[in-house]
Design a binder for this molecule. Structure first.
Ligand code: AVI
Length: 327
């Protein structure tokens, strides 16, 4: 991996994704063949989906992003201190790396920054922006599904690994998947490894439901865009106006559940295969788990991490946890 002439510290993007269309086709067909249809939420983030997600983050109803940013703004210095001098900073789902800048402003001599994202365009663009803003920082972008990481870049192997996983994206995994992901993180980081994890907390269901049913319909457009993507990339013929967005809080499971509901009985073709929908039939597109502090502590322990510290906001809406590898 080499830097460019204009940004010598910015390495070219390393690509660990399988040919995307093959995997996408396989996952979509598998999900639509299930008796209870589902589609993986990681496929929301094509170029349009990533744009819509940024709009979601600015919505009045979507308190998550601004609350986490405020926590970071207030405590980034302390967080950088726990990462220590000369760490290798790795970010899962880096997107536009806005919150990361707060950390980078305080980190002492980081060995390198490894942003990991599934969207190549997004990753390349934000790595370039960061290289302009932090010309001394070695940036090693990795285009990968962070939930399936075989290894970390060999460069900086001896440095202390510090993973930053903001946004409560952990909430988009089931409990077992989340523990698996944290376990993988502990293994990749090894002894001395640290994790800074952003997690959305349980609260009044009305507040939660409003965050996923905004007045402007941006979340609905974000959800429906998955069908637009399937139509474009997998020769699908989903009639977008015959599906609607549905999101609600399931208190027993402690999660927001998001669906696309077929408004009528219909047949849809995807990649040459025909799928039958009855009127009102749902496709599950996302879970977004909401946590208690004890629940997070338990999950962390099951994965080989110990909770060392947590920072929250005045209303206890969101939590940023500092975890250390325990074995
Ligand atoms: C990325 N993730 C944490 C978001 C969430 O809140 O679960 C995705 C999202 N889905 C709809 N709105 C936002």
């Amino acid at each position: 991996m080499q830097g460019s002439a204009t940004h010598p510290c910015l390495m070219s993007v390393r690509d660990l994704l399988p040919p995307s269309s093959d995997q996408f086709r396989e996952d979509v067909l598998h999900g639509l063949r299930l008796p209870e249809k589902e589609l993986p939420c990681k496929y929301f983030y094509d170029a349009r989906g990533s744009q819509l997600f940024e709009q979601i983050c600015d919505l009045d109803e979507y308190y998550l992003t601004r609350t986490e940013l405020a926590i970071m703004d207030r405590h980034a210095g302390e967080m950088a201190d726990v990462f220590g001098r000369k760490c290798l900073l790795i970010e899962y789902g880096s997107g536009s790396s806005i919150k990361t800048r707060l950390l980078l402003d305080h980190l002492k001599e980081p060995v390198a920054y490894v942003p990991i994202d599934i969207s190549r365009e997004h990753l390349t663009e934000s790595a370039l922006n960061l290289a302009e803003q932090y010309p001394q920082l070695k940036i090693m972008p990795l285009c990968a599904d962070f939930a399936n990481l075989p290894s970390l870049p060999a460069n900086g192997k001896s440095a202390r690994k510090a993973v930053y996983f903001p946004g409560s994206t952990i909430g988009n995994f089931t409990r077992d998947e989340a523990i698996g992901l944290l376990r993988q993180t502990a293994r990749l980081c090894g002894l001395g490894g640290r994790l800074l994890l952003g997690a959305d907390l349980k609260k009044d269901p009305r507040v939660l439901e409003a965050a996923y049913n905004d007045d402007k319909g941006v979340t609905a457009a974000f959800n429906l865009n998955l069908l637009v993507r399937i139509n474009r990339e997998l020769e699908g013929d989903f009639p977008i106006d015959r599906f609607w967005h549905h999101a609600f809080y399931n208190p027993t499971q402690g999660r927001i559940e998001i669906y696309l509901i077929s408004q009528v009985a219909q047949r849809v073709r995807v990649a040459g295969e025909v799928f039958q929908f009855s009127e009102g039939e749902p496709i599950r597109t996302e879970y977004s788990y909401k946590y208690s502090i004890d629940g997070l502590r338990e999950m962390a322990a099951a994965a080989g991490f110990e909770v060392k510290h947590g920072w929250t906001d005045d209303r206890n809406n969101f939590l940023v946890l500092y975890l250390a590898v325990r074995f």
